[in-house]
Write a protein that binds this ligand. Structure first.
Ligand SMILES: *Cc1c(COP(=O)(O)O)cnc(C)c1O
Length: 369
C-alpha cells in the first residue's frame, strides 16, 4: 500500500539543505495545512564562469544552474508550491499546457503527491527528454494539433468547467510564480547581495516576473539594499514582447521559449520598466553559439532556451552596452540532456574516433605521434 496523498515525498531533513518551502517559508503563502512537499528542488548552484566570462570581457559572469533541479528545470520551484496548495485544497487532478518542462515537473510532483496528472502539449514540438519524463512518471499525455498558445487556451477552458474539477498548474496559477521567486533569494544569498544585471530567457514570461517579485520582496524585507536590472531575451522568431504584438506562428529551435502570446506579458514589461532593464531578441544562430560555448568553455550543458540569456549578455557586452565590471547572473533555466536532438548538433562537430585497443592504435588515432 502506498501512503496517503501528499505524504509520499520528503527529504530526510538535512539542515544544510532545507526544503525549499521551509527555507523561504516567511516569503511564501503557506499555512499549517500546506503539505511540505519536496523532491529536493532549489538550492541550485551559482557558478562563477571565469573562463567564459574572461573570453567575453565579463570577469563577473555567474551562471544560475536551474537544470540542477529534480526534473532538470526551474519549473520545479513553482510546481512544488502549486502542487502543495492543490493538495491543501483537496484536489485530485492537475492539468497543464506545456512546451515540455512544465509537464515533466507536473508529472513528477503529481506522482509524488498521488494526483492524477494531465499534460496537454503541442503535437510534435516537444524535446524528447521532456516528453519521456512526463510519460515515465505516468502522466496522461494529450498532444493537440496546434501551438503551445493553443494548448494553454484549451487547458484554461478545461480547468474552468465543473464536471471534472481539476487544478490548473500553469504559470497563470499564482503559486507557480510565488515558488519561482525563491531563485532570486538564492542568487542574493549566494552573491552576498543582488547582481547588477539578471539575464533570463523569456517565453511565457512567468520566470522574469517571478524573479522581479523575489528581488522586490527581498528589498522590501531589507535583505538587499538595491535592485538589479532585469534583462529578458526572446528568440527572434518568437519575440512578441519585443515586437509589441502576439506572434501567430512562433519559430525557434529553443522550444521552451517558442511562445507567441505570453501569459505574463504585462508583468514582464513591468519588471523590465521598473528595474530599468530591457527585453530584446536574439537570433537562433546567436542562441546556438552561446549554447555551444557555455558547454565548451564553462562545462555547463544547458538546453537551447537557457542559452538565450547568455547570447543576449554576450551581444550587449560586444555592443558596449554592458559595463565590464558589472556583476551579471545568467539564469540557465534547464538541463542540456532534455533536448538530445539539439545536443546532437553539438556532437556532430566531434564524432567519436575508432581504434583498436592497443597503445599504438590509440596514440595514432589521437594524433599523438
Ligand atoms: C519554461 C522555460 C523557459 C521560459 O520561462 P517562462 O517563464 O515561460 O518565460 C525558459 N527555459 C526553460 C528551460 C523553460 O523550461
Amino acid at each position: 500500500m502506498l501512503p496517503p496523498r501528499g505524504t509520499a515525498a520528503s527529504l530526510a531533513g538535512d539542515p544544510a539543505r532545507p526544503r525549499l518551502l521551509e527555507r523561504y517559508a516567511r516569503f511564501l503563502p503557506l499555512t499549517s495545512a500546506t503539505p511540505r512537499l519536496s523532491l529536493g528542488e532549489g538550492a541550485t548552484p551559482l557558478v562563477h564562469a571565469e573562463r567564459l566570462g574572461a573570453a567575453w570581457g565579463l570577469p563577473n559572469l555567474h551562471l544560475k544552474l536551474e537544470g540542477s533541479n529534480p526534473t532538470g528545470s526551474f519549473k520545479d520551484r513553482g510546481m512544488v508550491l502549486a502542487v502543495a496548495k492543490a493538495l491543501e485544497a483537496g484536489a485530485r487532478s492537475i492539468v497543464c499546457a506545456s512546451t515540455g518542462n512544465t509537464s515533466a515537473s507536473a508529472a513528477a510532483y503529481g506522482a509524488a503527491a498521488g494526483l492524477e496528472v494531465v499534460v496537454v502539449l503541442p503535437a510534435g514540438r516537444i524535446a524528447a527528454g521532456k516528453l519521456l519524463q512526463a510519460q515515465a512518471a505516468g502522466a496522461t499525455v494529450l498532444a493537440v494539433r496546434g501551438s503551445f498558445d493553443d494548448a494553454l487556451v484549451a487547458v484554461r477552458a478545461l480547468a474552468g468547467q465543473d464536471e471534472h474539477p481539476v487544478t490548473l498548474v500553469n504559470s497563470v496559477n499564482p503559486f507557480r510564480l510565488e515558488g519561482q521567486k525563491t531563485a532570486a533569494f538564492e542568487v542574493c544569498d549566494d552573491l552576498g547581495g543582488p547582481p547588477d544585471v539578471l539575464a533570463i530567457p523569456v517565453g511565457n514570461a512567468g520566470n522574469i516576473s517571478a524573479y522581479w517579485m523575489g528581488f522586490r520582496a527581498y528589498h522590501a524585507a531589507g535583505a538587499i539594499d538595491r535592485l538589479p536590472r532585469m534583462w529578458g531575451f526572446q528568440a527572434a522568431g518568437a519575440a512578441p514582447i519585443v515586437l509589441g504584438r502576439p506572434v501567430e506562428h512562433p519559430e525557434t529551435f529553443a522550444t521552451a521559449i517558442r511562445i507567441g502570446n505570453p501569459a505574463s506579458w504585462e508583468k514582464a514589461v513591468a519588471a523590465r520598466d521598473e528595474s530599468g532593464g530591457l527585453i530584446e531578441a536574439v537570433t537562433d544562430d546567436e542562441i546556438f553559439a552561446a549554447y555551444r560555448d557555455v558547454v565548451r568553455h564553462a562545462g555547463i550543458f544547458c538546453e537551447p532556451a537557457s542559452a538565450a540569456s547568455l547570447a543576449g549578455v554576450r551581444k550587449l557586452r560586444a555592443e558596449g552596452r554592458l559595463d565590464p565590471d558589472a556583476t551579471v547572473v545568467c539564469v540557465l533555466t534547464g538541463h542540456g540532456l532534455k533536448d538530445p536532438a539539439s545536443g546532437a548538433r553539438l556532437a556532430a562537430a566531434a564524432p567519436p574516433r575508432e581504434a583498436e585497443a592497443t597503445l599504438a592504435a590509440v596514440t595514432e588515432a589521437l594524433g599523438w605521434r
